[in-house]
Design a binder for this molecule. Structure first.
Ligand SMILES: [Zn+2]
Ligand SMILES: [Zn+2]
Length: 173
């Protein structure tokens, strides 16, 4: 996947103006999300970011936004669907270290992007899911299965005629 894209976001601290910001924007390989072994989420293209860094007292503030296209497994129909995870407001304060010339924020970007992955992904909010009996994807239309067993049980109870007295054991006609 995008072998030529960079895999790190690194600020050159020597280029940050004393009273201003250093902006850094671009794309990272989707591999930075490290989802290769994840069974329910896959990177689906480059991660885009637009960040800026500035000194504030004894710290270095980095803020901005990032987004990444991903494919997620729907929790109901078990199909992969495409979506985009976004960090609308990335913000981190790093301690200002004497002599440091660069700052790698890749790991923090990754962490925030992964936090934005939904815990229970749905391909659409009204996904009908799979039939519990035959496994058919009900988004494609109804299956031929009879109504669920719970319905059958209630129907049977409706037709049940209760005796006036409990039956007398051992007095069968
Ligand atoms: Zn679904
Ligand atoms: Zn079915």
């Amino acid at each position: 996947m995008e072998p030529r894209l960079p895999t790190k976001v690194v600020f050159n601290l020597l280029r940050i103006p004393p009273d201003g910001e250093l902006e850094l924007a671009g794309e990272l390989s989707g591999d930075v999300l490290d989802l290769a072994r994840d069974p329910v989420a896959r990177a689906d293209g480059p991660v885009s970011y637009a960040l800026s860094a500035q000194f504030a007292d004894q710290s270095l503030l980095v803020r901005g936004s990032a987004s990444a296209p991903v494919r997620l497994l729907c929790g109901r129909c078990a199909r992969f669907f495409s979506t985009t995870v976004r960090i609308p407001a990335f913000l981190r304060a790093y301690p200002r270290q004497a002599g440091a010339e660069s700052l790698d924020v890749t790991e923090d970007l990754r962490e925030d992007l992964l936090c934005e992955l939904p815990a229970y992904p749905l391909c659409k909010s009204d996904c009908k899911g799979l039939c519990a009996r035959c496994g058919k994807d009900l988004n494609d239309g109804p299956c031929a299965c009879p109504p669920p067993p719970a319905d059958d049980a209630w129907t049977a109870l409706d037709g049940l005629v209760l005796p006036d007295r409990p039956p007398n054991p051992g007095a069968d006609p």
